[in-house]
Write a protein that binds this ligand. Structure first.
Ligand code: DAH
Length: 359
């Protein structure tokens, strides 16, 4: 007896009955398994179990050979109809499950587009950037271009070429950061070396501003920081006078602080300009009477300036019998503090959002 027949408890004599009942058993077992299946994966397991190559229906079909010639077509037909019934049931359950699985997935993956999103904090310009951009805007309008230069500078450029020879007190190690034992490289103490760099490399005439960081060995307090910002300005052309310097700087200060701004040009000394001056604005608080804001002076100093020293021009190969120039250096922190009434310079560098959000 073939092993299959033994497995299903079928004897040759009762062949037809047994095959028939076996087929019916398979049908009802398969149909109920299909009906109660809960997923397409489970359905596939059922398909393999009953209809697969090694499945139960196939096993029964293998027994057909043991049936008589009359029995075989009858049982064959029954087997085919069982197969197609199971297949139909599989198909229709599969499409049911597909729909319910899709619905479940849609439910699980539901996105509530009405939930408020995570707010993105909008950045703001730093107050010094606001003022610097205004200054650049004003000078652009007067035909100036913008140049930037190195913060690590040769002492030659920072001092010597600016008529500040060795032995000058400004070069003291107490005042400045040096990189080399021979003091030949330093953190620039001013943006003025950019005057020399521009004159050495640019065709005349020159109209340029150069903003950037500068460094000095200062203790931090309400008005000092070892790192701060300057905006250098330089004009070199034929027939440039102190009148051009005054007109340019008055224009800047009135556009920045308002048309009623009163300025004062006070004689001063810088090694690289001759004559030199400091420029004050009349105190906006007391209108020159003297108060807490201007420390009783009535005036507030805002920048240094002057006519470029002939030695500096000639050092850059400029013929001083034809050309003259003026230069100025503005402290950006001071300008910003005046502009927004900020009383302590440290606020500008502490990055406290509560402070910065106000601008
Ligand atoms: N560099 C000077 C300083 O740091 C400021 C200055 C004064 C710049 C006069 C200039 C100038 O260009 O002409 O104190």
């Amino acid at each position: 007896m073939p092993a299959d027949l033994k497995m299903y408890g079928i004897s040759k004599q009762k062949g037809q009955i047994s095959v028939k009942s076996k087929l019916e058993e398979i049908r009802s077992a398969a149909l109920s398994a299909i009906a109660s299946s809960g997923s397409t994966a489970e359905l596939e397991t059922i398909r393999v179990k009953y209809l697969g190559k090694k499945g139960e229906l196939t096993s029964v079909l293998k027994m057909m050979g043991s049936l008589s010639a009359e029995e075989r077509p009858v049982m064959g037909q029954l087997a085919n109809s069982v197969r197609s019934e199971i297949e139909t049931a599989l198909d229709s359950r599969a499409s049911e499950l597909k729909v319910s699985e899709l619905n479940e997935r849609l439910k699980a993956e539901t996105l509530d587009v009405t939930i408020p999103g995570t707010p993105v904090v909008r950045g703001k310009k730093h107050p010094m950037s606001i003022v610097l951009d205004e200054v650049i805007d004003i000078f652009s309008g007067m035909g100036f271009s913008v140049a930037s230069g190195p913060e690590i500078e040769y002492s030659d450029y920072n001092f010597t070429k600016l008529n500040t020879p060795e032995g000058h007190p400004a070069r003291d190690r107490q005042d400045t950061f040096y990189f080399t034992d021979d003091d030949s490289v330093c953190l620039r103490t001013q943006t003025s070396p950019m005057q020399v760099r521009v004159m050495e490399t640019s065709p005349l005439p020159i109209r340029v501003i150069s903003p950037g960081r500068v460094y000095r060995k200062d203790e931090v307090d309400a008005t000092h920081s070892p790192m701060f910002h300057q905006i250098e300005g330089l004009v070199v052309d034929k027939g440039v006078t102190m009148g051009d310097l005054k007109g340019t700087l008055n224009t800047l200060l009135q556009l920045l602080y308002g048309p009623e701004t009163v300025t004062r040009f006070r004689p001063h000394h810088f090694p690289f300009t001759e004559p030199s001056c400091e420029v004050d604005i009349q105190c906006f608080e007391c209108k020159g009477q003297g108060c807490r804001v201007c420390k009783g002076e009535g005036w507030i100093e805002v920048l240094g300036a002057g006519m470029v020293h002939p030695k500096v021009l000639e050092g850059c190969g400029i013929d001083t019998s034809i050309y003259s120039g003026f230069a100025f250096g503005i402290g950006l922190e001071r300008l910003t503090m005046r502009r927004f009434n900020i009383s302590d310079l440290r606020l500008l560098f502490e990055n406290d959002m509560r402070f910065l959000k106000q601008f």
